[in-house]
Design a protein around this ligand. Structure first.
Ligand SMILES: [Zn+2]
Length: 287
């Protein structure tokens, strides 16, 4: 499903260009603009332009930099049959916390389990549509928070991004989506917004695909438990605080001093003296 979405985002550009040249007001509307530019150019140049007047308004989107997939530093298992049993660390509260994380890392699709693991970071993206690129793809002014371990995907504020929405929309519209970051794409297009109207160029921008995540509800949790119990492979990645290994969780290391009874305490750089470090942990669920 995800692959299909990506294909739609990347490959359908060819289709869109075919459509926009064959039909559609858009192609004609856009086609007048480069002519205006040409009119301002010296006569000789515009003559050349006139012969090349087959104005290319196609939209080409190609992957530029692939996304950095979420990667866990360590993994552990969570055994459902041990929940709330004496002597085990598995609790229903912990299960709920992990399920909430799980729910936000899955995207709903047509797969047998009803959802698949998101292949990119999911972020709430606020947008204002700047240009329609065809096939529900848009160039947008967008904002999203930094996401992923160590903020792998930097936050966007008033940043141009490429969005693939679920439904058609109109330029100027604002909204909010759950977007899955699918990496950086190179967008070759003819701008239709000021001050670049009519200019054909390539932009490299972060791309997001609109998606829906699992519902974090008791019934969702119940379905999840049933799926794990019938053998589905499920895991959630969370940031967890663990005691710092270097200093043993005390925030400093000791250094023996010649002729002195007391050791020198050296602040631990690994954990900035806090005694704790954050790492991303993949929890695999087992029956
Ligand atoms: Zn430390």
């Amino acid at each position: 499903m995800i692959k299909r979405l990506l294909l739609v985002l990347l490959v359908s550009s060819a289709l869109a260009s075919a459509q926009s040249t064959a039909i559609g007001k858009k192609a004609t509307a856009n086609a007048t603009k480069p002519t205006e530019v040409a009119a301002n150019a010296p006569a000789a140049k515009s003559a050349v332009k006139a012969t090349e007047e087959e104005v290319d308004n196609s939209v080409v989107i190609t992957p530029f930099r692939s996304l950095t997939p979420p990667e866990a530093k360590t993994s552990r298992t969570f055994q459902l049959s041990k929940v709330n049993k004496l002597g085990f660390t598995e609790t229903s509260k912990e299960l709920q916390r992990l399920y909430s994380a799980f729910a936000t890392q899955r995207i709903i699709d047509g797969s047998p389990t009803g959802s698949s693991k998101a292949t990119g970071y999911l972020a709430t993206v606020n947008y204002s549509l700047v240009q329609d690129l065809g096939d529900n793809r848009f160039l947008a002014k967008a904002a999203w928070p930094a996401t992923g371990p160590n903020e792998v995907l930097a936050a966007g504020t008033d940043t141009m991004a490429v969005l693939l929405l679920n439904k058609p929309a109109t330029v100027g519209e604002t909204g909010k989506i759950t977007g899955m970051h699918v990496g950086t794409v190179a967008l070759l297009f003819t701008a239709s917004y000021a001050p670049l109207t009519g200019k054909r160029f390539t932009l490299r921008r972060e791309a997001f695909v609109e998606c829906a995540t699992l519902e974090d509800s008791p019934s969702g949790l119940q379905k999840f438990i049933e799926a794990v119990n019938t053998g589905a492979e499920m895991s959630a990645t969370t940031n967890e605080q663990i005691p710092c290994k270097k200093c043993g969780g005390v925030g400093f290391t000791r250094e023996a001093q010649k002729g002195q009874l007391l050791d020198k305490r050296v602040p631990c750089a690994d954990c900035v003296s806090s005694g704790k470090i954050m790492i991303s942990v993949e929890t695999k669920f087992v029956p």
